[in-house]
Design a protein around this ligand. Structure first.
Ligand code: SAH
Length: 398
């Protein structure tokens, strides 16, 4: 274990609970460079007062995370205690017969940066975001096994270059999950696969958004769902009574996955089309004729960055344009659902881009509802980036 001395100017930041460790925090920068991933560090003031304990693990701009403000051992008991606290916070979800998949442990929101755990109806999926926390994997597997009693554990390593996903078998232990495994979310079925690349088939953080779309906004409406992936928003809309949905995604695989999700819910595909195309072709006049027309609801949920054959898209630079281009497809009184998971953009800045796009089209509007991630994706108020999801539901008058 290494001892590091905190610079005076960062004393309040750390004491107030900012969970990230970055190189500039300490007086002895060279010492940190000699330490290994997974090393436990004790942090002291210049006056030798104990401040906090953390571990080292390079993740984006951070080189580690704070683990505790007590001088406690980081051992099995520590990880089991944190896991038990996280599980008890989600008791309502465990008891909910309508929802069988949700986040169990959310990194800094549950006191340990660097990994998250999702629950998929009896199966646990761990995602590791740095190599340091991965050194503690056996204690974390045991904490999950002892407290959650999962049928099986899967994991995804996201500590390749620049935080990229490292390909490989995701299975860790226990039972293997069947292909086309069904989970339930507010009564809607979705197909997931924990061992098929980086993604699972569903983004669980949008649970509350899918619920309001289903319960409040979809009935009788014609819906255009862009960047639709496995069509989760389309299926939620259809279950909520949408008269028609169009799902649009660049990935060919989205067709089969979307179809499977509709079929899992016994919905005939006659009024639900799935189109493979580049959303940004819509920027070129006359392209994407198959989506022009009038919609009662348009859903925009792009990745933070996208590079396709002809286009580069970034939420920061291009969201306004996305709104300008797609809001023209709305009928008067139509609903725009604008979403981003870009953690570096504040809610205000996102809202500005969306509303600017509507104003540029000369549309009046009313923001009906604002969402962030569902509460099982617990965030840490001292780490703004942990509250990353932003979703606006807007009524547009034109
Ligand atoms: N809205 C989805 C999640 C979107 S994930 C849901 O709620 O489940 C982002 C998706 O955008 C991916 O499926 C990816 O294939 C798609 N995508 C990325 N760039 C695209 C582009 N230029 N045109 C269409 N789809 C794109």
């Amino acid at each position: 274990m290494a001892k590091l001395i905190l610079k005076d100017k960062f004393m309040d930041l750390v004491k107030d609970g900012h969970p990230g460790i970055f190189p500039g925090l300490f007086t002895d920068k060279n010492k940190i460079e000699r330490l290994a991933e997974g090393e436990i560090v004790n942090i002291y003031s210049a006056k030798k007062e104990f401040i906090a304990k953390g571990y080292l693990g390079v993740e984006n701009r951070n080189i580690g995370w704070i683990l505790s403000y007590d001088n406690e051992e980081i051992n099995q008991n520590y990880f089991s205690k944190k896991m038990a606290k996280a599980v008890s916070y989600r008791q309502k979800l465990f008891m909910d017969p309508e929802t069988t998949a949700f986040r169990l442990f959310n990194a800094v929101g549950d006191d340990i940066g660097g990994f998250v755990v999702d629950y998929y109806d009896g199966f646990a999926l761990i995602q590791w975001y740095n190599e340091g926390i991965y050194q503690f994997k056996d204690m974390i597997y045991k904490a999950i096994n002892d407290i959650v009693f999962p049928r099986g554990i899967y994991e995804k390593k996201r500590f390749g270059n620049n935080g990229s996903y490292i390909k490989g078998d995701s299975f860790v232990s226990g039972e293997r999950m069947d292909d086309n495994f069904e989970i339930l979310e507010n009564g809607v079925k979705y197909i997931v696969n924990l061992n098929d690349g980086a993604m699972t088939g569903i983004f669980l953080d949008q649970r509350e958004v899918r619920k309001v779309i289903k319960d409040k906004y979809a009935n009788g409406r014609k819906v255009l769902n862009t960047f639709s992936y496995t069509g989760a928003f389309s299926v939620a809309s259809a279950v909520g009574g949408a008269s028609e949905t169009i799902s649009l995604d660049l990935a060919k695989r989205s067709v089969e996955m979307t179809r499977n999700n509709f079929e899992a819910n016994g919905i005939d595909l006659e009024n639900h089309s799935i189109i493979v195309d580049d959303v940004f072709n819509f920027y070129k006049k006359g392209s994407l004729n198959h989506v022009t027309g009038e919609y009662d609801m348009v859903i925009l949920d792009p990745p933070s960055f996208s590079r396709s054959k002809d286009h580069v898209f970034s939420v920061e630079k291009d969201y306004k344009k996305l709104v300008e281009n797609f809001s023209v497809l709305l009928k008067n009184n139509g609903i725009l659902v604008a979403s981003t998971n870009h953690s570096k953009l504040s809610y205000e800045d996102f809202e500005y881009r969306v509303t600017r796009g509507l104003r540029n089209n000369g549309f009046r509007f009313r923001i009906e509802e604002k969402f962030t991630q569902s509460s099982d994706f617990k965030w840490n108020d001292n780490f703004e980036e942990s509250k990353y999801l932003k979703v606006l539901v807007i009524k547009v008058y034109r």
